[in-house]
Design a protein around this ligand. Structure first.
Ligand SMILES: C[S@@+](CC[C@H](N)C(=O)[O-])C[C@H]1O[C@@H](n2cnc3c(N)ncnc32)[C@H](O)[C@@H]1O
Length: 243
């Protein structure tokens, strides 16, 4: 088993993960904006889409939208707590009959045939949590898509805000008294983080190269457009796809 897979299993299978991730929009204002932005982009490009694969779908922040549009969605994730929470939320949203839940690792997508889904999406998962296998994972996700692709990354390019601002996430906290352990840690350590902060310009410039764009160009995706921080859209063979 790849070590990226082992790390993901250990980190994402913690029992409280599903609940915490499902509360992102209650906890951070930037997550509200990110979700709204991605949903709007998805809605703009749903024509002709009947089947959807969401890789690293987490607690189900995005699969419900295509399911509500009548699509059949495969919710794929390495974490059972995430899948359990997503099932609960899909039931509540009345879309569980249109979503198939699959527990699996991005590193093991080889059995899915080429072009098996109209839309393949993967937000904040393919690069962030499969390093150093991100090229192979993205190549697999791309070949599984028949019409469109929508990917985003967080921690690799998303490291940049942290390199420039030690309390990047802290400033987006909605309720400083909420029980989320990371919120409590951030509030308790805010002053220390600012005091000890050192801006490393050389390191910041190194990570500014957008890895997702480079990987997609390497696989022949053209006309790539930035559609949000860390997210790209592209016209490919005359149709919109995003990478
Ligand atoms: C930051 S969350 C993003 C969840 C969802 N896409 C969203 O944007 O709300 C990352 C997700 O990727 C999943 N994940 C991490 N590593 C994975 C891997 N190697 N294979 C499949 N899923 C993975 C985690 O379990 C987690 O649900």
């Amino acid at each position: 088993m790849d070590y990226s897979q082992k790390i993901s299993e250990r980190q994402w299978n913690l029992p409280e993960k599903g609940e915490l991730e499902s509360r992102r929009e209650e906890t951070y204002i930037d997550d509200i904006i990110q979700k709204d932005h991605i949903q709007r982009k998805l809605l703009e490009h749903m024509d002709g889409i009947r089947t959807v694969f969401d890789g690293g779908a987490g607690s189900g922040r995005f699969p419900a939208l295509p399911a509500k549009q009548g699509c059949r969605v495969t919710h794929f994730d390495i974490s059972q707590p995430m899948i359990d929470k997503a099932k609960e939320l899909a039931e509540a949203a009345g879309v569980s009959d249109r979503i198939t839940f699959v527990k699996g690792a991005h590193e093991e997508l080889n059995n899915y045939p080429n072009k098996s889904f109209d839309l393949v999406m993967s937000f904040d998962a393919p690069i962030s949590y499969t390093y150093p296998n991100q090229n192979r994972v993205i190549e697999n996700l791309m070949r599984m898509a028949k019409k469109r692709k929508a990917f985003s990354v967080s921690s690799r390019l998303g490291t940049l805000p942290y390199l420039c601002n030690p309390v990047q996430k802290t400033q987006f906290i909605l309720d400083e008294k909420c029980a989320d352990p990371f919120v409590q840690w951030s509030v308790a350590n805010c002053e220390k983080m600012i005091r000890d902060f050192h801006f490393d310009k050389q390191n910041a410039e190194r990570v500014m190269t957008d890895e997702l764009e480079r990987i997609l160009r390497g696989f022949g995706v053209r006309n790539i457009q930035l559609s949000g921080p860390g997210a790209y859209g592209a016209r490919f063979r005359g149709r919109f796809c995003s990478g």
